[in-house]
Design a protein around this ligand. Structure first.
Ligand code: CP
Length: 316
């Protein structure tokens, strides 16, 4: 896979793909390609962030994102602090801004934040001088997930431009869907979103995606599908009569995959609800790149941490 170096990086924060240009997105993917090589070495460590401190501040649960940000920071030789929000002064009512400013007073360099409120990382970035990286905010964006999805897609199919990519599932509650739509359309892919009508948010077509509530239409001609989790914690299941019914109509099964383009790439950001949005046979099958996505998350997050930490001073 070749990825072209395009630009000098000038952004101190990564808040969403909505705010990045095509060239900036390509530059992150290019930088990640270099770090991917580091992750294959026997000693998977470079001194690129030696002397820097990264704080993981997660207000919502996470397995993949939090762990891979920690591994990414450590592979760049940064010091890493994980704040357990449940055991922090957030529980005593401390605001996000006060928490951010107090963490910054400890002379740290980057805050990686996940929050249940859309826009929380933007508020934090305006309140602190440290770099802020969005690790998923409400229904808004999950930029590093979309970046690792695109990195994986480009690794598998050699390009993004011109690909037909269908995002299938709980679009309404999905920050992954929004970041993927922004990123994929900027890089020239044709994006279709597919969900039951109740799970398609109003106005999403303005982001440049084709919309359908028919799975057949989303699968036909698709080079890749990104299957999204039904977000039970955000009332996703209320939009459908039963999990069984959802699986029957929208679940990705081996039988449905047989009718698709040969070599279709199957992605899922995780965690998976097996037997609801995807069968185990497909999730663990030959077309699935789900675990490659997780692996690629480290190189992509190394790239993001490296770039925001070394952003040109004039925009800081
Ligand atoms: N894809 C993703 O964000 O997974 P986690 O919630 O486990 O971080």
């Amino acid at each position: 896979m070749t990825m072209e170096k395009k630009i000098v990086w000038t952004k101190k924060d990564l808040l969403g793909l909505e705010y990045l240009s095509k060239e900036e997105i390509e530059h992150i993917l290019y930088t990640a390609q270099g770090f991917k090589e580091v992750t294959t070495r026997q000693i998977k460590k470079v001194p690129a962030l030696r002397g820097k401190t990264v704080v993981n501040l997660f207000y919502e649960p996470s397995t993949r994102t939090r762990t891979s940000f920690e591994i990414a920071a450590k592979r760049l030789s940064a010091d890493v602090v994980n704040i357990a929000v449940e055991a922090s002064s957030v529980k005593k009512g401390e605001t996000l801004i006060d928490t951010g400013r107090n963490i910054e007073a400890l002379k740290i360099d980057i805050i990686v934040v996940r929050h249940n409120c859309s826009g929380a990382p933007n508020i934090l970035a305006r309140s602190v001088g440290a770099s802020v990286v969005n690790a998923g905010d409400g229904w808004h964006e999950h930029p590093t997930q979309a970046l690792l999805d695109m990195f994986t897609l480009k690794s598998k199919l050699g390009r993004i431009e011109g690909l037909n990519v269908s995002i299938i599932g709980d679009i309404a509650h999905s920050r992954v869907a929004r970041s993927n739509i922004w990123g994929l359309t900027k890089l020239g892919a044709k994006v279709t979103v597919c969900a039951p009508k109740m799970l398609i948010p109003e106005g999403i077509e303005k982001m440049g995606a084709r919309i359908t509530d028919k799975l057949d239409e989303a699968l036909e001609g698709a080079d890749a599908i990104n299957v999204l989790r039904m977000q039970f914690e955000r009332d996703g299941a209320l939009a459908f009569p039963s999990k069984l019914e959802y699986f029957k109509q929208y679940g990705i099964t081996a039988d449905k995959l047989k009718k698709c383009k040969k070599g279709i790439v199957v992605m899922h950001p995780g965690p998976i609800n097996r037997g609801i949005e995807i069968s185990s046979e497909v999730a663990d099958g030959a077309n699935s790149v789900i675990l490659e996505q997780v692996t690629n998350g480290i190189a992509v997050r190394m790239a993001v941490l490296y770039l925001v930490a070394h952003a040109k001073k004039e925009t800081r």
